[in-house]
Design a protein around this ligand. Sequence first.
Ligand SMILES: [Zn+2]
Length: 73
Amino acid sequence: MLTEDIRRVHKKKRLLPIPNSRFIKIRCKNCGNEQITFSHASMRVRCNVCNELLAEPTGGKAKILGEIVEELE
Ligand SMILES: [Zn+2]
């Protein structure tokens, strides 16, 4: 008796999640320093120069407290 085990291989295509997030350049309102941060930052982002709070996590898109200079993809 010939037993052939034919397995159907499912090729699961992993779809890349559509990026709903991007990087943004924020200018510190306090000292004018510009720095790039993630728009969905999950941690507080502080200015590298004066330690001013620039972005705060909200669970989704971060609340930007500084001035958004540019949005990067
Ligand atoms: Zn600053």
